[in-house]
Write a protein that binds this ligand. Sequence first.
Ligand code: ADP
Ligand code: MG
Length: 697
Amino acid sequence: MSNLPEMFGSNVFNDRVMQEKLPKETYKALKRTIQQGMPLDLGVANVVANAMKDWAVERGCTHYTHWFQPMTGITAGKHDSFINPVGDDRVIMEFSGKELIKGEPDASSFPNGGIRATFEARGYTTWDPTSPAFIMDDSLYIPTAFCSYTGEVLDKKTPLLRSMERINTEAVKILHLLGKTNVNRVLTTVGSEQEYFLIDKAMYDRREDLMLTGRTLFGAKAIKGQELDDHYFGTIKTRVSAYMKDLDNELWKLGICSKTKHNEVAPAQHELAPIFNTSNIATDHNELTMELMKKVAEKHGLVCLLHEKPFKGVNGSGKHNNWSMSTDTGENLLEPGKNPENNLQFLLFLAAIVKAVHEYQDLLRITVATAGNDHRLGAHEAPPAIISMYLGDDLGQLVQAIIDGTEYVSKGKTKMLTGVDVLADFKKDTSDRNRTSPFAFTGNKFEFRSLGSSLNIACPNYMLNTMVAEELSQFYETLKNANHLDEAVRALIKKVFTEHQNIIFNGDNYAEEWIKEAERRGLYNLKSMPDAHAHFTDAKNVELFVKNKIFTEQEFKARCEIELEIYAKQLNIEALTMIDMAKRNILPAVSSYMKELTDLALAKKALSPLIPTMMEETAIVSLSEKLVAFSQKITALEAAVAAAPQHSDDNLTAARYYHDGVLSVMEELRAIGDSMESETAAKYWPYPTYTEMLFSV
Ligand code: ADP
Ligand code: MG
């Protein structure tokens, strides 16, 4: 489409449409709900619903759906049509305020971590007016929160919205204390960069492992990988470029500000970055982006892989969560300004974040811990499992000067002979990028880099918002009765930086020494998903969420159970898939090849004993030995899976069992399989190879 500004947001019931379609009073009432969280009365909802329906029907919609984000990790919704019979075999299209505000999907089949018995099957979805409704596939999508009949939270959006309220309340209190009484609201903002792989659909269809688990469970390394670094930012291939263009159009129609696209480090890997938005809308948009990435790929005969590690030996995919806070007066609270050394407001918010990341490093680690992401963290392609913060040279030196009580002189600032500072702004341009840090300051925001590519970003963001809200509330208590506010703020900043400086690390996070150094500093190194989740319900974490009213204790603990259960189930499916591939395809394929070699050797011998058969014999001996080892490993893996604790048992024990007792056997089986792949004639190998998958698009 040529007119991008006109196309942008054309499928969104956005502010412009609302102004156009709603009576003035209704519009104002709705805005009060959106901006100030005021309750919406049914009369207003009826008018809004009707306008939404008319707008959607004009655009070809027949259905509406309450769209929500249950704990499954993907979005959900059932589609109801607008039709209503009115006698004479006629129907009209109707949509009431009640239908807009509340839906009642059956909740019994969504994970709840044992909160409810299944007989209490009812669940509720409630309209979230802060994220605009939109049209997709002839349905009107209404973003909603999802809870049980008795009010327990069953989704990812509710805690995110609550955490945004918490941080808003606490940040506004601090700003008012510092004299910024014109600020009424503080919003957290997020921009999530999304990595993904594209491969040919025909090859995908032949890979049982990709279809069932999202990653390749067998596959010898391609001869060429990413070692030449010739893919990163390289020319985008025609087919990929057509895909990206199509994807952008679809995203723009939904009002998603897709901004940047480029090739990533690994072959067949790409990235998309949007312009940031509020945490809530950014989360909805990222979920939609992932869905559209997959849908649009199909149209191009491609498949979009969002798994964190689709291919062994080449970099996996992650997601960067750029996070900041800004006021309704348009100020970014993480903007250091020209003289951060005198910017107490900035330093105070920075201190809150430093303290939060230090005290709740385990939660940040937990929130990115999944079966898929375990393959990346600490593997020298993504940040390590140890959470630390990078502030950059300038800010790092400033913090150090505050701790030491010395005067801060920015090295970046050079005075010209005229005596004028030549650096316009605080080092935004030179804050050299530390790509190895999990949590890096990047000029006016923090970039949390440990997220896996398929993760719903709601979780890291409600964790982050809640922990920072908690610190801000503690700061407020310390400062509220101070006689000399400036002095009290300075003292608090110094105290916090001093006590929490151990979380700050500006060096190479991939280095061996860092592991030892981090241990000396007493930082967590939670290597695997089960290791991390063992700390999920530590008393301080439960207290954080209960005190800040994000979850009840039961709801919080249920989240942990759900994640552990998902982990064990995923590994179980992976193991079973491997066994199936090994027994039904790889074993027979290698055997057939050996038969061909044997026949050839025998034929040669029959012709004349003088014809050498060394080649066949060497290959047969090698493959025979490997086949024996391979089938023994299959048996071992079958035994390991059979001995796994059942679902009713303790979920942490089961997760640990799969990590320690199953994953390792899978790795051993794979190693033998991959080595046979490189010795077996290509025409016998049952699966597309890494070379084919990574280089054919
Ligand atoms: P880079 O040079 O790393 O690409 P960008 O400034 O383009 O840095 O930011 C990368 C991501 O960070 C984008 O998604 C961008 O919209 C987002 N971002 C920028 N400013 C903010 C902010 N204040 N809050 C949240 N995200 C932001
Ligand atoms: Mg980035």
